[in-house]
Design a protein around this ligand. Structure first.
Ligand SMILES: Nc1ncnc2c1ncn2[C@@H]1O[C@H](COP(=O)(O)OP(=O)(O)O)[C@@H](O)[C@H]1O
Ligand SMILES: [Mg+2]
Length: 373
């Protein structure tokens, strides 16, 4: 899939700009705080309906505006398609694919992206949240039904959290607690199956990538961890559900007493081991970076294998964070497919990647110069 052009109206620091992209590598350069990441974020939004630095649409709208639009023309599934996302302050956002209203989860049927930013390099040392985010983003792009489950889950979870934190002021809230816990367990049972299946797939793809990259001495292994009572995360949702309910019931009193959600998949983790030792605890910074790169490259590979189309790769300031050996690894792996790379100076990358240079200054595309390889 190829994004041919993107138009940004009232989006972050862009007033009204149309950016034409090359089907290969695009290098977005400019000084700091000019709008490079904002532009990458707009392409990300076209794939899932929300930004990657915020969940609040209002932050995406230019400070002095009431309305923002991100629209893209792309080639996907071997045909020309269009996506338009309209955001207004205090309004529900509107998503149109080829002029027809869609929900956010459906966007990935037309555009899939793999985003790689400096934070991802820390995903192995960071808390479990970073690794859940990695799984959720990757699976959502592959399975629109998963994106819907996650948004249902988030809504139910927030509601339950409010019940638990507010019941002392309003005891009648507790009447709805069991119903929310039950719905959460039903929804979670399905999410667990997706996460288990994705982890299995990730093992198949990431392990060989990692071994090629790190040399034969290092072996990566991955293990999905979920609620303790779940005996088989690959089982049918109808078998997982009662196990979740059991854990939930055992923690019910403690949840009410503490005012917090204690049981559930919001603590799930993807354990990453190098040579059998937990990488979060024992690996060096270099080793965890190599493993993180392998996981991100595997995410892209899985998307390609599953859909027969290369997802658009978005690299936000990530290359400048890497030493030259790791840069080479990423650049060599890019192969075909469209890639958008942001970086401060183009000189360093230009010589090695070719591609189109897009210069951003204060939310405007300055001096665009085509320099296809
Ligand atoms: N909603 C918004 N309205 C106007 N400007 C914004 C908005 N959100 C962010 N910005 C501006 O965008 C700039 C940062 O852009 P960014 O793309 O992150 O920079 P960089 O080029 O370093 O990647 C900042 O100057 C910030 O003030
Ligand atoms: Mg940036």
């Amino acid at each position: 899939m190829i994004v041919n052009s993107v138009r940004l109206v009232g989006f972050r620091n862009y007033e009204d700009e149309t950016i034409e992209l090359s089907p290969g590598i695009n290098i977005i350069t400019g000084e700091n705080a000019q709008g490079k990441t904002n532009f990458l974020e707009s392409v990300f939004i076209l794939s899932c309906g929300h930004g990657f630095r915020t969940r609040a649409d209002s932050e995406l709208i230019s400070f002095d505006r009431e309305f923002a639009r991100v629209s893209g023309k792309l080639c996907s599934g071997e045909r020309e398609q269009s996506i338009e996302i309209n955001m207004g302050r205090g309004q529900r956002k509107q998503i149109l694919c080829n002029g027809v209203k869609k929900n956010a989860a459906e966007l990935s049927e037309i555009l899939r992206v793999v985003l790689f930013c400096p934070d991802d390099l820390n995903m192995i040392k960071d808390g479990a949240k970073a690794r859940r985010r990695f799984m959720d983003m990757a699976i959502s792009q592959l399975r629109p039904s998963y994106a819907t489950l996650i948004s249902d889950y988030t809504r139910l979870y927030e509601h339950k959290k409010r019940i638990l934190s507010d019941w002392r002021e309003k005891p009648s809230l507790l009447e709805a607690l069991d119903e929310f816990s039950d719905s959460l367990c039903r929804c979670s049972a399905q999410i667990i199956r997706y996460r288990a299946a994705f982890t299995k797939r990730l093992c198949e793809v990431a392990i060989p990538i990692h071994s090629e990259f790190s040399g034969s001495g290092e072996e990566l292994s991955l293990c999905y961890q979920t609620v303790g009572t779940v005996s088989d995360p690959f089982a049918a949702a109808s078998d997982i559900y009662p196990e979740l309910l059991e854990h939930q019931s055992a923690h019910r009193q403690a949840e009410i007493a503490s005012g917090n959600v204690l049981s559930g998949i919001h603590k799930d983790d993807l354990e990453i081991n190098i040579n059998g030792a937990n990488a979060r605890l024992y690996a060096s910074q270099g080793q965890t970076r190599t493993a993180a790169l392998s996981l991100k490259m595997a995410e892209r590979e899985i998307s390609l294998q599953d859909t027969n189309e290369c997802p658009v790769l978005l690299l936000d300031d990530v290359l400048s964070e890497l030493d030259s050996k790791r840069q080479e690894f990423v650049l060599n792996r890019i192969g075909g497919g469209q890639t958008l790379i942001t970086c401060c100076e183009d000189g360093q990358l230009k010589g090695r990647t070719g591609g189109k240079i897009i210069n951003v200054a204060a939310g405007r595309i300055a001096r665009p110069q085509d320099s296809e390889r």
